[in-house]
Design a protein around this ligand. Structure first.
Ligand code: FBP
Length: 327
């Protein structure tokens, strides 16, 4: 395998190719730095005692883990004093966080610093999900309005997978490329160029223990996938309990990941701005699809920072079949 394609060089080449200023490649470099720092924190959590909870709850009313806070702080650290980035929105922060500088930066970042943090104590897969938007407001400090944009406005969408290896996968609106971290030298190398999702094969991924919370149509649809009774044919069941892990497998093997709405929570669990939209951009750029069961995820304009939507994401045929069954 040609290991010459360093991520840093790739970002620069891509920027040059797009006639860009290179500011975006600087932002991508910072994201890969955050990924390496978070990967290192995860690996040594057992030694330094950062497994477990902090005893506090976040804006989602979820119990916060020490690594959730550490990962969120790392994003704050790597983007403080980055003139092209003026603010960030995070799963772990109630409001928009404005960086100290004059706030003139043209980009804002959305992120889930540690997705699947429930897997911390069991050494399971976890991830970071990120999106970069160009601000809507040209002057002055960034506002909430700069974040309430549909996913189709994303400049970059991507994720980091922390597992047996650490991978960074993103699209800047063009092809989807995957990089693997060589921990011995702390550098990401391009290992998965121009990723394309498979059609007509793969797995289905949903937490079937939530079945009693679903309406009849959703229950019937999932049952058809379980019984191999959909137009998609055979699909094995897989569920890592971490969106990034389940999505990454779906991107490589094909199939579908679902987090349906529930009768008492029709909007479901997952957050549009920093979970569903960035992954939807990656999936669509890889030839797949992403829906909330009724419309394309990338067409939905968030009405609030922590807005949730149901998610059906994966191979075009599987998502179309799931949506058809929900009609
Ligand atoms: P966070 O860990 O970032 O809150 O993400 C939500 C998440 O953990 C996803 O990663 C995962 O797919 C899903 O929730 C699991 O939910 P459930 O336990 O209901 O299946």
């Amino acid at each position: 395998m040609n290991r010459s394609t360093l991520s840093e060089q790739f970002y620069l080449d891509q920027a040059k190719h797009q006639g860009a200023t290179g500011e975006l490649s600087t932002v991508l470099n910072r994201i890969s730095l955050a990924a390496r720092m978070i990967a290192s924190e995860i690996m040594r959590a057992g030694f330094v005692g950062t497994l477990g909870y902090t005893g506090t709850q976040n804006v989602q009313q979820e119990d916060v883990r020490a690594l959730d806070v550490i990962s969120n702080d790392i994003f704050g650290q790597v983007f403080e004093h980055m003139p092209m980035v003026s603010a960030m929105a995070s799963e772990e922060m109630e409001d928009v966080y404005q960086f100290a500088d004059d706030g003139a930066g043209k980009y804002v970042i959305t992120h889930d610093p540690l997705d699947g943090s429930g897997n911390v104590d069991v050494a399971g897969q976890m991830g970071t999900i990120f999106g970069i938007y160009r601000r809507k407001t040209q002057s002055g400090r960034p506002t909430l309005d700069d974040f309430l944009q549909p996913g189709k406005n994303l400049v970059v969408g991507g994720y980091v997978l922390y597992g047996p290896c650490t991978m960074l996968v993103y699209t800047a609106g063009g092809p989807v490329n995957g990089f693997t971290l060589d921990r011995s030298i702390g550098t990401f190398f391009l290992t998965h160029p121009e990723m394309k999702i498979k059609e007509g094969e793969g797995t289905y991924s949903v937490n079937e223990a939530n079945e009693t919370k679903w309406d009849d149509k959703t229950r019937a649809m999932v049952a058809k996938f379980r019984r191999q009774q959909t137009a998609c044919g055979k699909r094995s069941a897989r569920y890592a309990g971490a969106l990034v892990g389940d999505f990454h497998r779906t991107l490589i093997k094909g199939g579908i990941y679902m987090y349906p709405g529930e009768t008492n929570r029709p909007e479901g669990k997952l957050r549009l701005l920093y979970e569903n939209a960035p992954l939807a951009l990656v999936c669509e750029q890889a030839g797949g699809a992403a829906s909330d069961g009724r419309q394309r995820i990338l067409d939905i304009t968030p009405t609030k920072l922590h807005m949730r939507t149901p998610l059906y994401i994966g191979s075009k045929g599987d998502v179309a079949e799931a949506v058809r069954q929900l009609l």
